[in-house]
Design a binder for this molecule. Structure first.
Ligand SMILES: [Zn+2]
Length: 265
């Protein structure tokens, strides 16, 4: 009954994979046109020729056979960049899974060529030895902006006495009082608005250093960002603040993020 479907080519990054049946896998490929689930038959067999070309986080070119009413089937696969370190190093792999999961959860398969370029670039840098924590924080700011959740770090998003504050935020190392991160309003608040709103559960304190870093991460290229040293304390604060911010906007905490924190000890 079966007949060969129409063939088409795709290039994309393997974001995740799940086992299917006895020897198959369903592979989620992020392409410039969106993400797509494809069935890779027999790739869990020891002698599969396709398997090495459909590894997690690899950029790969596939020839796909269109199937009506089921997943389209990978007919041929040829890896362009394998990214072996992301498979071999558990810690790096955890960062890579987080990068992939944010892309999947924020975009849900929608068309976004810039997201594809971003994810491909970040995974290549992660595999190439870039500082994973700094790279992940930079990626979050870029991905949030592309997803339409761009946080406002430059002017206060607070509201006092029925008026928007909009105070320019210029954090300094000698600031004595904290700024705030307001999840609901989607950005940072000034000292005064933080003092007025601190009891709200969607507002958390933000140190001047963390706010200054968020402004930098959002506006600069990754190459520019690597010229500054991220202090350990600020790194921890940023990780926690962004986890909370992203969880608020995704409504539930990304599973890979949980794993990352459990491993950090
Ligand atoms: Zn304010």
């Amino acid at each position: 009954m079966s007949h060969k479907g129409k063939l088409y080519r795709l290039e994309g990054v393997v974001l995740n994979r799940r086992d299917q049946g006895e020897a198959d896998r369903v592979v989620k490929l992020l392409t410039a046109e969106g993400s797509v689930d494809l069935l890779a038959k027999g790739v869990r067999k020891p002698r599969s020729r396709k398997a090495g070309h459909l590894e997690l986080f690899a950029r790969t070119q596939v020839l796909v056979s269109r199937v009506t009413g089921s997943w389209d089937i990978v007919s041929q696969a040829e890896a362009v960049q394998v990214r072996a370190r992301l498979q071999e190093d558990f810690r790096l792999g955890t960062y890579a899974r987080y990068v992939a999961e944010l892309a999947v959860r924020f975009f849900e398969g929608e068309t976004e060529p810039q997201l594809y370029a971003l994810v491909d670039d970040v995974l290549a840098r992660l595999d190439g030895g870039a500082a994973p924590e700094l790279l992940t924080r930079w990626y979050e700011q870029q991905a949030l902006a592309l997803a339409g959740f761009r946080p406002e770090w430059l002017t206060c998003v607070g509201e006092r006495g029925g008026n928007l504050c909009q105070m320019p935020l210029r954090p300094r190392a000698d600031d004595r009082r904290p700024y705030g991160l307001d999840m609901e309003r989607g950005g940072a608040v000034c000292h005064e608005c933080f003092a007025a709103d601190a009891r709200e559960h969607t507002v958390r304190p933000l140190s001047p250093s963390a706010l200054s870093w968020l402004q930098t991460l959002q506006r600069r290229s990754f190459d520019e960002v690597t010229r500054f040293a991220l202090p350990e304390r600020t790194a921890k604060e940023l990780a926690q603040a962004m986890e909370q911010y992203i969880a608020y906007h995704l409504e539930r905490r990304p599973a890979a993020l949980r794993l990352l924190h459990d491993n950090r000890g």
